[in-house]
Ligand binder design. Structure first.
Ligand SMILES: [Zn+2]
Ligand SMILES: [Zn+2]
Length: 543
């Protein structure tokens, strides 16, 4: 029987999020991406969803390394949970690793990080992986051309084709064409924007849209909300601030942190002296605030501004607020809540397609066609999308002349054996959702054990608001039990424990996530006495 490469889908197919694919040949396995997915709506206590890596665990001895296409959460976000256990070299570009390092540090985890540049080739067992520059909504994004002993597997990663990129680095279509001309056995192509006709708009167009806003609102303060990781977007705002003589305030922990990372690795040029520590006495017309929260996240800077409780900025009629993003499906309600609140406060709000304040980082239909035409794979598998995206992408491949029998829509957990002559499905491997609890990954935690705890012991919500300036509790903690009864004494004991924990913590340094972890631990101890194990969900907010 002819040898084949096993392609193992551990995430990112049939869903948008937690991308993870493993390639196996003989005694070697490599992993492409290791992403997280954020739960939508009401998943109490669940912070993140990560791929099930049972198969990798069982074959740990074969694992030669992890290669990362780029630094978005849906491609790197699960690594902090698995880096210790897998403990193999990780390869990515400077920004990808910079962002990963920040996430690893948050969990106090280290990994063997190996920086690559576009064009580099790394050898991992029998696999040779070439990193190829592609344009995306962040710098450092790469497609991967993986040469195996029996053929080339081309992974597009997230990409778009932008002829006027902010950093001047275009998708390397020439190199991709060369690889295609030599022959590609299998292509895994991202499908996010397959439903959109035509081609995506250049990131540069957003700069023009934003400049129009700067000109039309010369007497107002400008607040722009965008993803902190969208370094090109942040870059254009910084350039405009410089051009129009405004200082920039970065609002939100991740905005500050990621701007620092991007400028340190050379993917963001911060004009000298432009960043102000705080709003201070600066008049509105001399200020731009770049804030997190373009998806309506509850604790983000923008959401808190919209509720009037962001300590340094209160939004009002002197503000124009720009949402430089589009709501991710599932986030619409929270985004529109924020927009409603901003209008109520008297601000002018600019969002969505108005004024071209956002463009997508993912290829539209015509760009997907260009990619397929250049790579010209023997076999094609659409990935990075829900089933309908994969299905439409398969249709596009057919329209370009790829044979029906050469196109496979993979599902999560499926394993395929691929060689130049055929694609065959093997048995499945365990795959699906592993749930990360509020702050800690509880080993073996899954929805099943959560449900068991809920059924047997119930759930306890602990809500505390803290004064971050003074480092103490603001008021008393609220304690809500579901599924069991709380006596007055124990309720008071819990509230006291929360107060002691908060007041005794140096949470300014460690952040509220760390504080929530301590509160949970302390409260859980109270229940150990009676051998009770309710699910405890601490919710700590800034007063
Ligand atoms: Zn991406
Ligand atoms: Zn992605």
């Amino acid at each position: 029987m002819a040898k084949s490469v096993k392609v193992i889908f551990l995430g990112g197919v049939g869903e948008i999020g937690k991308n993870m694919t493993a390639l196996e040949f003989g005694d070697d396995i490599i992993i492409v991406d290791c992403g997280v997915e954020f739960p939508q709506g009401d998943s109490p206590g669940i912070d993140a969803i990560i791929p099930d890596i049972t198969y990798i665990r069982e074959n740990r001895k074969k694992l030669r390394g992890i290669v990362l296409t780029h630094g978005h959460e849906d491609h790197i976000g699960a690594l902090p949970y698995y880096a210790d256990e897998l403990n193999v070299p990780v390869y990515g570009t400077a920004l990808t690793l910079g962002l990963l390092e920040r996430k690893l540090a948050e969990r106090g985890v280290k990994a063997q990080l190996n920086k690559v540049k576009e064009g580099d080739v790394v050898t991992l067992g029998c696999f040779e992986v070439e990193f190829i520059k592609v344009a995306h909504s962040m710098a450092g994004a790469c497609a991967l051309s993986v040469t195996t002993p029996i053929g080339v597997i081309f992974v597009t990663g997230d990409f778009k084709i932008d002829n006027t990129p902010i950093d001047g680095k275009k998708t390397d279509l020439q190199r991709i064409a060369e690889i295609g001309a030599k022959g590609v056995m299998l292509m895994l192509g991202e499908s996010t924007n397959v439903e959109r006709k035509g081609s995506s708009t250049s990131e540069r167009v957003v700069g023009q849209g934003l400049e129009n806003i700067f000109v039309a609102n010369a007497d107002k303060r400008i607040v722009v909300a965008c993803f902190a990781s969208s370094n090109y977007r942040v870059q254009q705002i910084l350039w405009l601030a410089e051009k129009y003589g405004r200082k920039v305030v970065l609002a939100g922990r991740s905005m500050k942190g990621i701007v620092e990372v991007a400028s340190r690795v050379g993917e963001l040029q911060v004009p000298k002296g432009i960043i102000a520590d705080g709003v201070g006495k600066l008049p509105p017309e001399k200020l731009v605030v770049i804030a997190t929260g373009s998806q309506g996240e509850p604790s983000s800077a923008l959401n808190r501004m919209s509720r009037g409780d962001f300590n340094k900025v209160s939004v009002g009629p002197d503000d124009v607020v720009v949402l430089s993003s589009t709501p991710i499906p599932g986030n619409e309600k929270s985004v529109y809540d924020v927009i409603n609140n901003l209008f109520r406060k008297g601000a002018n709000v600019i969002y969505e397609a108005m004024n071209e304040v956002h463009v997508s980082g993912h290829a539209y239909e015509e760009e997907l066609k260009i990619m397929l035409s250049l790579v010209r794979p023997k076999f094609f598998m659409p990935v990075h999308g829900e089933y309908r995206h994969q299905f439409k992408h398969a249709e596009i491949a057919k329209s370009l002349g790829i044979k029906d029998s050469s196109i496979v829509i993979p599902n999560i957990g499926e394993v395929y054996g691929v060689n130049m002559h055929s694609v065959k499905q093997h048995s499945n491997v365990p795959a699906g959702n592993v749930y990360v609890d509020g702050v800690v990954l509880e080993d073996g935690s899954s929805v099943v054990s959560d449900r068991r705890s809920l059924a047997e012991y119930g759930m306890l919500l602990v809500l505390a608001s803290v004064d971050t300036e003074k480092g103490v509790m603001a008021g008393d903690a609220d304690v809500i039990a579901r599924g069991f009864n709380l006596t007055d004494e124990i309720e008071k004991e819990i509230a006291d424990t929360v107060r002691d924990t908060v007041n005794g913590s140096d949470f300014d340094e460690n952040g509220l996530g760390e504080l929530a972890r301590s509160v949970k631990k302390a409260v859980r101890k109270l229940f150990y006495r009676d051998r009770q194990f309710p699910i405890i969900i601490p919710i700590i907010v800034e007063d």
